[in-house]
Design a protein around this ligand. Structure first.
Ligand SMILES: *[C@@H]1O[C@H](CO)[C@@H](O)[C@H](O)[C@H]1NC(C)=O
Ligand SMILES: *[C@@H]1O[C@H](CO)[C@@H](O)[C@H](O)[C@H]1NC(C)=O
Length: 309
């Protein structure tokens, strides 16, 4: 009797939440309730370039205080200047940190807590890619890729989540990739690290729910290739279905997702469709479709950022 009641309540909840989710999917994000983040402290890793720089500018415009983390001091200082120039009076502080060094991450995190205070929105954005076939990829790059794209998320979350839990307010954002949902030839260690980041976000969300910390949210972002230079030379066969994304558009979507507490963001929308298909199709069928779409060929002419500059 007790269980029957529990099942009934669960069913009703599911129907209700499904309706809410459908509503959220069809109502334009601009019309949905947004959380007010002005005065919040936002930490962005990899803020020296690409998405990281653009997100920093966007959150500063929303009245946030910015903490910029990048390994490249000069680029990071450039972002700091740009933020100050774009939002006069914006509070922003740049820190040089090598995310592949755990001790350094903890040390700089302590410095941030002393000098700026608690972080409200943590954006784990920094990432690297080697882009070679697995057997041609040196061990050092396998390790670095896992360290920066995944392990660094552990150290930053351990540093900044406790204060969020205490206040029951905060947001952890993981910039993963569509390569965190699909394996791609030429991206084996990158995919491993991004799958890991996706799994970490999902588990973290489960822990937050279990703890009843409804004010602390997570968002995982899974975009297809973005025109930031990181994936210079990569290609897509059907740009109508899987198009290269423009950084400002991606940043629009990410900020929107954070402000509306969206748990998962895939862009373009076709990524959701492929994700659904891989869940229901036999692997052989999925592979055959993947062959047509040319997923395994996307990295054939990759040059990347290091080699293109
Ligand atoms: C930062 O990036 C620039 C441009 O690629 C490079 O010239 C410089 O050496 C980098 N600095 C560090 C500390 O990596
Ligand atoms: C399904 O196909 C996609 C596209 O080719 C591929 O990236 C993914 O790894 C495939 N999934 C499985 C389980 O083989």
């Amino acid at each position: 009797m007790h269980l029957a009641l529990e099942i009934l309540v669960c069913l009703l909840q599911c129907v209700w939440l499904w309706l809410v989710a459908i509503l959220k999917a069809v109502v334009p994000a601009s019309l949905q309730p947004h959380k007010d983040v002005s005065g919040w402290v936002v930490l962005v890793t990899g803020s020296g370039s690409g998405l990281g720089r653009l997100m920093s500018l966007r959150f500063a415009a929303l009245g946030c205080r910015l903490v910029l983390w990048d390994v490249n001091e000069s680029w990071n200082q450039e972002t700091e200047k740009l933020v100050q120039a774009a939002s006069s009076g914006a509070k922003v502080k740049a820190y040089t940190v090598d995310l592949s060094d755990r001790e350094q991450v903890y040390a700089v995190a302590d410095k941030v807590k002393q000098e700026v205070g608690d972080v409200d929105i943590l954006i784990n954005n920094a990432g690297i890619v080697t882009g070679t076939m697995f057997l041609e990829t040196p061990d050092s790059m396998n390790i670095k890729t896992m360290d920066i794209n995944c392990n660094a998320h552990f150290w930053t979350v351990k540093s900044f989540l406790p204060a969020m839990l205490k206040k029951n307010r905060g947001h952890v954002v993981s910039i993963a990739s569509a390569a965190g949902l699909f394996g791609v030839s030429g991206l084996s260690d990158y995919c491993a690290s991004k799958f890991a980041a996706v799994g970490f976000d999902e588990s973290l969300r489960a822990e937050l729910v279990k703890k009843g910390k409804t004010g602390v949210k997570t968002t995982v972002v899974c975009p297809f290739y973005i025109n930031t230079g990181m994936f210079e030379g990569a290609q897509t066969r059907f740009p109508a279905v899987l198009k290269f994304l423009d950084p400002p558009y991606v940043v629009d979507k990410i900020v929107e997702a954070v402000l509306t507490d969206q748990a998962m963001l895939c862009i373009p929308k076709s990524v959701y469709m492929f994700y659904f298909l891989r869940g229901i199709l036999p692997i052989s069928v999925n592979q055959t479709i993947g062959k047509l779409v040319g997923v395994s060929e996307t990295m054939d002419n990759f040059v990347g950022r290091s080699k293109s500059q």
